[in-house]
Design a protein around this ligand. Structure first.
Ligand code: CO8
Length: 270
């Protein structure tokens, strides 16, 4: 892979988008590599959480940019049909990311503009460094957000704020992103990756079948009416029973031994 690294540390996969010459902007090649990396993660049952972040810029600054959008050079000469196809390519990959069975934490280390903000919103949890900048600058470039921004931003921060950000193309800083709920937490540059890894480790120490079922219940339920959504939860709740995770998790609690109750049980993916 030219523009992406995939490292696996125990049960945690770290995906880093690395196109230093273009502040990690997403071109077709990067989207294809991301697609392949997500397949690789999905095929590895030992991975229980993923961290997505951006690599350093060409001067070696690791906190300049997460992803500065889709690649404007590549998009500049597209026809209508090619534009639509490029949008579909991004949407397909981002949907694969959003529906990856394990949780994805996005560690935003600088600019998250256009496609950068959109890929962050396809992750389960967003945290950022205190210098991060968010925005949907597309209308200034004569296009709409095309990798899900018109849909996900409204769902994450509410319709009013999303419309203001998209219509104005105004960038916002980390503190405002935190205030409107676009990110869960803001850290100093040095604290960002340790915080992402700590959260990923906490998630990875929980029962993997249950964590996956929670992700599916929340995601699928959000697209359904409440009457149908609670049925989605019931089915996924039921699916946890008779698994090693459920037997070990509840067995540990019932042991009454405080030492054992807190112990991480040997959860299995079955
Ligand atoms: N695409 C391509 N190259 C980029 C991009 C980008 N999005 N962003 C930065 N670069 C390149 C620059 O051209 C520059 O290259 P070079 O060194 O060869 O001149 C290099 O990265 C460094 O950038 P700057 O010199 O501009 O760095 P600054 O610190 O001065 O500025 C900014 C940083 C503010 C982030 C600035 O680079 C910028 O405004 N970038 C563009 C941000 C943007 O508008 N992003 C949204 C793009 S549109 C989009 O994402 C739509 C998604 C949906 C597409 C759907 C398709 C149908």
């Amino acid at each position: 892979m030219n523009n992406l690294t995939l490292e696996v540390e125990g049960a945690i996969a770290i995906l880093t988008i690395t196109r230093p010459a273009a502040l990690n902007a997403l071109n077709s090649e990067t989207l294809n590599e991301l697609d392949a990396a997500l397949d690789e993660i999905n095929a590895n049952a030992d991975i229980r959480a993923v961290i997505l972040t951006g690599g350093a810029d060409k001067k070696g600054n690791a906190f300049k940019s997460f992803v500065a959008g889709a690649d404007i050079g590549e998009m500049s000469t597209l026809t209508k049909a090619e534009g639509e196809a490029f949008g579909k390519k991004g949407n397909d990959v981002f949907r694969k990311l959003e529906t990856l069975p394990v949780p994805v934490i996005c560690a935003i280390n600088g600019f998250a503009l256009g496609g950068g903000c959109e890929i962050a919103m396809s992750c389960d949890i967003r945290i950022c460094s205190d210098n991060a900048i968010f925005g949907q600058p597309e209308v200034g470039l004569g296009i709409t957000p095309g990798f899900g921004g018109t849909q996900r931003l409204a769902r994450v921060v509410g319709v009013g704020k999303a419309k203001e950000m998209i219509y104005s193309a105004r960038n916002i800083k980390a503190d405002e992103a935190y205030r409107i709920g676009l990110v869960n937490n803001v850290y100093s540059a040095e604290e960002l990756m340790p915080a992402a890894k700590k959260l990923a480790s906490i998630i990875a120490a929980n029962a993997p079948i249950a964590v996956r079922a929670c992700k599916k219940a929340i995601n699928d339920g959000l697209d359904a009416k409440m009457d149908d959504a609670i049925v989605i939860e019931e089915k996924l709740f039921g699916s946890c029973f008779e698994t090693e995770d459920q037997k070990a998790g509840m067995g540990n609690f019932l042991e009454k031994d405080p030492e054992k109750k807190l112990k991480v049980v040997p959860f299995q993916n079955k």
